[in-house]
Design a protein around this ligand. Structure first.
Ligand code: ARG
Length: 464
């Protein structure tokens, strides 16, 4: 190991011994943080404008710096950026390269009063903000696709389930609208998170603040932030925006996972309610007849990795002392992985829902008369009998039909109904209609056509 000062490292001044090569690898974040090159260069661009306002950089130096930054941006964009040993992360790599392009004398000024601590927090917030805005657009398209489908297929009925047992008839569009409601909540929650992410740490320095009185509001404005983080210690150490993003992704993936699970069940031969398009299914290498819902299984399975990222990162940052500690570099891999996973999941789910076909006959064929037992109870309620009593009477009818080996309660004769309860009248036989049952549930949020159409309209307006 050499005893020379470490020349290749931007922070090399006080070090004499070389680092263990494995330590270099262990420490480096460039392999994954280079994804933020654009945010890093823009951050430096605006930061140097701030330094120029303080006359720490001349106009001429500023324009050279800006030209150099654009050269680097182009290199990254075209995949031509050449990494060098000592490029620990995106910040050091870009600064090293700037020195090569415009000379170390000028490039050496860009970091005046700045630390990688406020720099990385700035880059991350810009990167997360832009990624979440993009996710938000894709999520909106996904929800709109569900709403369109729900509008088009409003007439189709199917069983609604509790405990995965047939419960009451509902509209297929009511089911679609249920998930659209979850996803619209995710959408709304995302806008709130974007607002909290979009605050500027830049100008906080390493922790204690800026020694030359930089105009932090000017920096924030230049970078599209809505606000400045009001405490420099917090500015460099706060990763709540990463945690919130991971939590958001986890909850969204949980919703996606339940959505996928329903569709997996509906796509089995036993149900046969839906058929996935070939584009989102794959075959078995052994069994020629198989068509597997891999897209849906991955949507379900990938919820695990996003939650894993959240719990892992929470463990990494629990009880780290203030302010910046290297543990915080562990924010990147789970975050970037979650953003990609969620983005791809939204796109796949959009593809799945826009291409699957439904089998109306199978859906409606799965409706059984016992699912109208509540409607039978409601019939007597309308005749003035208390519900607790009617629930019991309806149960007796179900038992009677079973005892008589009938296919359903609708097969009981009017006389048999009368025997069970005097208050049944001839019109009881009209109770056994799925469409009527569904249409009765027209209170807000229910499964009647008017109620479902209203839900779709409300959701649509929330996306505007
Ligand atoms: N790569 C580092 C990270 O992502 C940048 C900040 C380094 N700061 C420091 N004081 N070593 O966290």
């Amino acid at each position: 190991m050499s005893e020379q000062p470490s020349e290749s490292k931007l922070w090399g001044g006080r070090f004499t011994g070389a680092t263990d090569p494995l330590m270099d690898l262990y420490n480096a974040s460039l392999p994954y943080d280079q994804i933020m090159y654009d945010a890093d260069l823009t951050g430096t661009k605006v930061y140097t404008e701030g330094l120029n306002k303080l006359e720490l950089i001349t106009d001429d130096e500023l324009s050279k710096i800006h030209e150099g930054l654009e050269v680097i941006r182009k290199e990254w964009a075209e995949g031509k950026f050449v990494e060098k040993p000592g490029d620990e992360d995106i910040h050091t790599a870009n600064e090293r390269r700037l020195g090569e392009i415009i000379g170390k004398h000028i490039a050496g000024k860009v970091h005046t009063g700045r630390s990688r601590n406020d720099q990385v927090a700035t880059d991350m917030r810009i990167y997360v903000r832009e990624s979440l805005k993009d996710l938000s657009l894709k999520l909106k398209t996904f929800i709109e696709t569900i709403l369109k489908r729900a509008e088009n297929e409003i007439s189709v009925l199917m069983p609604g389930y509790t405990h995965l047992q047939r419960a009451q008839p509902i509209r297929w569009s009511h089911w679609l609208s249920s998930y659209a409601t979850y996803f619209t909540e995710d959408y709304n929650r995302l806008q709130q998170i974007i607002a909290r992410v979009n605050k500027s740490p830049l100008g906080a320095g390493a922790l204690a603040g800026h020694p030359y009185g930089i105009d932090r509001e000017f920096l924030a404005k230049g970078l599209g932030f809505d606000d400045v983080i009001g405490n420099s210690l917090t500015a460099v150490s706060d990763r709540d925006f990463v945690v919130e993003t991971l939590f958001w992704g986890t909850l969204f993936m949980n919703h996606i996972s339940r959505f996928a699970e329903d569709l997996i069940i509906y796509s089995t031969a036993e149900f046969g309610f839906i058929k996935l398009a070939d584009a989102y299914s794959t075959g078995s290498s052994l069994m020629p007849q198989k068509k597997n819902p891999d897209s849906l299984e991955l949507l379900r399975g990938k919820s695990g990795r996003v939650f894993g990222g959240l719990s892992g990162f929470l463990m990494s940052i629990k009880s780290i002392p203030s302010t910046y500690n290297k543990d915080m570099q562990e924010d990147k891999e789970p975050l970037f992985d979650a953003l990609t996973t969620v983005e791809h999941s939204i796109l796949i789910a959009t593809g799945v829902i826009s291409t699957l076909t439904i089998n109306k006959e199978r859906m409606e064929g799965a409706l059984t008369m016992d699912m109208l037992a509540t409607d039978l109870a409601d019939y007597l309620v309308r005749k003035g009998v208390p519900f607790r009593e009617t629930h019991h009477i309806s149960g007796e009818c179900v038992r009677k039909a079973e005892d008589e080996n009938l296919s359903g309660i609708d097969q009981l004769t009017f006389e048999q109904f009368k025997e069970i309860d005097e208050r049944f009248e001839k019109d009881v036989l009209d109770s056994f209609d799925f469409e009527v049952s569904v249409e009765r549930r027209d209170a807000l949020g229910g499964t009647a056509k008017s109620a479902v159409l209203k839900q779709l309209k409300t959701l649509k307006s929330q996306l505007e």
